[in-house]
Design a protein around this ligand. Structure first.
Ligand SMILES: [Ca+2]
Ligand SMILES: [Ca+2]
Length: 211
């Protein structure tokens, strides 16, 4: 009986750890992006994890023959430049902050109360940097972005996010200059499934809700 109780507690703790440790890691299916007038960016997911005193965000994309050799930012002045936002619910409380752009632009519920966001548009006038905004008080500063061959990575000092611990709920909406082509949102149910290794189940659930 005692063994069973210990095992039950261990399993519950393991589930909590799995959920927390994966909270900043999201997946998104390939092939679900809307056509873009200039380029159809197709997200594969998003990770937003604390590394030292920074929050490191990586946004990977589906690549292919037409994918740019290096993802262009707005300062490239290329038609296929990447635009968009990454949003953070830093206190993981949907009751604080603002509604997500994903909701206001695409009418998709996210469960996010967005406290901070990264603005890719600002890279147009600040090459290699994106804007960091607090949804209540406005512009906070600039954070570096690295445009890679298959993903982009943004490193934001936690000090610019109100001294947060870097455990955040996050989402992203991206596209070309004309408008959004794809988005990724957190889903509490799928976060738990991912923690338990149910990736395929989560992807199927996501796709059925999108179609
Ligand atoms: Ca996608
Ligand atoms: Ca919030």
């Amino acid at each position: 009986m005692l063994v069973k109780k210990v095992l039950t507690c261990f399993f519950a703790l393991a589930m909590m750890c799995a959920t927390v440790s994966r909270a900043g890691v999201l997946t998104d299916p390939s092939g679900d992006a809307a056509p873009g007038i200039y380029f159809s960016y197709d997200l594969l997911g998003l990770s937003a994890l604390p590394v030292g005193s920074d929050l490191v965000v990586t946004v990977p994309f589906v690549t292919g023959p037409l994918f740019p050799a290096a993802i262009p930012g707005p300062s490239s002045l290329l038609n296929e430049a990447l635009y968009g936002y990454v949003e953070f619910d830093t206190d993981q409380n949907p009751g604080t902050g603002s509604p997500s752009y994903i909701t206001s632009l695409l009418a998709v519920p996210t469960g996010l109360g967005v406290d901070y966001f990264l603005d890719f548009w600002m890279e147009g006038s600040n090459p290699g940097m994106v804007g960091v905004f607090n949804t209540t008080s406005g512009f906070v500063g600039l954070a570096p972005i690295v445009y890679g061959p298959t993903d982009v990575t943004i490193t934001t000092p936690l000090a610019m996010l109100g001294g947060d611990d870097g455990i955040v709920s996050a989402g992203s909406i991206i596209g070309d200059y004309n408008g959004p082509t794809d988005y990724v949102v957190p889903e509490p149910a799928s976060v738990l499934l991912l923690g338990l290794g149910g990736v395929a189940v989560a992807l199927r659930a996501r796709k059925s809700r999108k179609s």
